[in-house]
Design a binder for this molecule. Structure first.
Ligand code: ATP
Length: 260
């Protein structure tokens, strides 16, 4: 199977700070990954690289068969669906929800045109429906709850029918009901064989949806472990990742952790 992501020796530095240190990582088509690590471990930096939004200081990055630095990123980015808080912050609060989603097809945030293709509007409506926020299509984005916004962001990320889907803390900041609802929807999405290869980032094992196949653990910019979830999400490796003794259990495909 061809690699969707192939990172070799990827290092990111800012001044004397090392954000990522010699990261090697391969993601094959059809895999569903979680990237897990404590605050400041480098997860969002890694995701920005995978999204072709950031170039490494050193190392080679191949995304969907293209090498970063040798490809026009404006051609590559529409093939990648990204949902992140950083991107969401660029959305004007007055923007109607359907426009937040449909503008992804045009690679912009914020309404830029008076008319969109009917097909694009229909697709945006379908995705909002799938995420359970179809009724909010006409509402200004700024009036939505955090949970509703997360679902709109995911619908936007899916709008271009991407080959790679990247979700940065999709369940972050949600209340229990909102989290569980979102995780159920994410499980439905990633268990669909037609869904794109996916990578989601979180710092809580409880926020990993059932159906995730692989995990990468990051600590201080370094990979602690990467591979199938059963091999990687162990008490030992998560204790190293978070720097405290943890006991991790798995029930019905979900993970739970507590300090020892
Ligand atoms: N321009 C910069 N200069 C110096 N340090 C930076 C810069 N940008 C980010 N960092 C640091 O790099 C580290 C990694 O940041 P990153 O956002 O990738 O972590 P993260 O794992 O996503 O964290 P969180 O879970 O808190 O979102 C952090 O300690 C951050 O403070």
């Amino acid at each position: 199977m061809s690699d969707v992501l192939d990172l070799a020796g990827v290092t990111v530095t800012r001044g004397r700070t090392v954000l990522l240190a010699s990261v090697n990582w391969q993601v094959a088509a059809g895999e569903r990954w979680v990237v897990l690590g404590a605050n400041g471990a480098g997860k969002s930096t890694l995701l920005s690289i995978a999204a072709a939004r950031l170039h490494p200081s050193r190392g080679e990055v191949r995304i969907l068969g293209e090498t970063l630095g040798r490809v026009d990123v404006f051609e590559l980015r529409p093939r990648i669906g990204l949902a992140s808080n950083a991107l969401a912050q660029q959305v004007p609060g007055s923007e109607p929800v359907r426009d937040v989603v449909v503008t992804a097809a045009y690679g912009v945030t914020g309404r830029w045109n008076e008319s969109y293709a009917e097909d694009d509007l229909a697709r945006a409506a379908e995705l909002l429906g799938q995420m359970g926020v179809g009724k909010l299509a006409a509402r200004p984005y700024g009036t939505l709850s955090d949970g509703e916004r997360k679902r709109v962001q995911i619908a936007r990320a899916l709008m271009t029918d991407p080959e790679l889907l990247l979700l940065d803390e999709p369940a972050g900041g949600l209340d229990l009901g909102g989290r569980e609802d979102l995780l159920r929807r994410l499980t439905g999405l990633i268990e669909d064989p037609a869904a794109p290869t996916a990578v989601l980032v979180t710092h809580h094992v409880e926020e990993i949806p059932a159906g995730v196949t692989h995990a990468l653990l990051l600590r201080k910019g370094r990979v602690v472990a990467a591979g199938p979830v059963a091999d990687v999400l162990t008490s030992e490796q998560l204790s190293v990742t978070f720097g405290l003794p943890l006991s991790v259990s798995r029930r019905a495909g979900r993970f739970y952790a507590r300090a020892l």
